[in-house]
Design a protein around this ligand. Structure first.
Ligand SMILES: [Zn+2]
Length: 179
């Protein structure tokens, strides 16, 4: 399911929120926050007796023009794939739903952390081959090199990532203005 772009006053980009939060903001907001959907995805979400068009771009006005879900790029599988351009960071293969996984450069079983700097997008083959090896060990054994040192992504990274994907055309004018 797709995400929504959240704008603040003057079209400033606040961030990206998931479709659930977009629905809540657009249809069930409270506390004086004013939110207007500017554009919609081409699908709806149905509840028992209602259906909701899923917003693709929202603008937040009024006093609270920050949103807790927008500023933080949470460490999710999807965000890691996005940061790494849907490419295996070990062999460069294009990642699909069927072959993608997350590799901990230093395995958690060997005290690796679950942080942006220790996770990379990987294909299942590389991940299986690497097993319990650390990144440096795997580099020696396999002759492969980690494409890019894993990093904490900035929001621009994400925005660019979204534009490459299908279904996010409606973001383009807003991103061009703001980035
Ligand atoms: Zn690979």
């Amino acid at each position: 399911m797709r995400s929504a772009l959240l704008l603040g006053r003057g079209g400033r980009i606040l961030g990206v929120i998931n479709w659930q939060n977009a629905i809540v903001l657009a249809y069930f907001r409270g506390n004086g926050t004013k939110v207007f959907p500017l554009d919609f995805h081409d699908f709806e979400v149905r509840s028992a007796n209602k259906s909701f068009k899923v917003p693709s771009v929202l603008i937040l006005t009024g006093k609270a023009d920050r949103h807790p879900h927008a500023d933080r790029l949470s460490l999710t599988r999807q965000n890691v794939f996005m940061r790494d351009n849907f490419e295996c960071q070990w062999c460069g293969k294009r990642l699909t739903v069927a072959n993608r996984t997350i590799d901990h450069v230093y395995p958690t079983a060997r005290n690796g952390t679950n942080t942006w700097r220790n996770v990379v997008a990987s294909c299942v083959d590389c991940n299986n081959e690497k097993g319990m090896m650390t990144g440096p060990e795997y580099e020696k054994v396999s002759g492969k090199r980690l494409r890019r040192k894993p990093f904490v992504p900035g929001r621009e990274t994400m925005f660019r990532g979204y534009l490459d994907r299908e279904g996010y055309e409606s973001w383009e004018p807003y991103l061009q203005k703001a980035v």
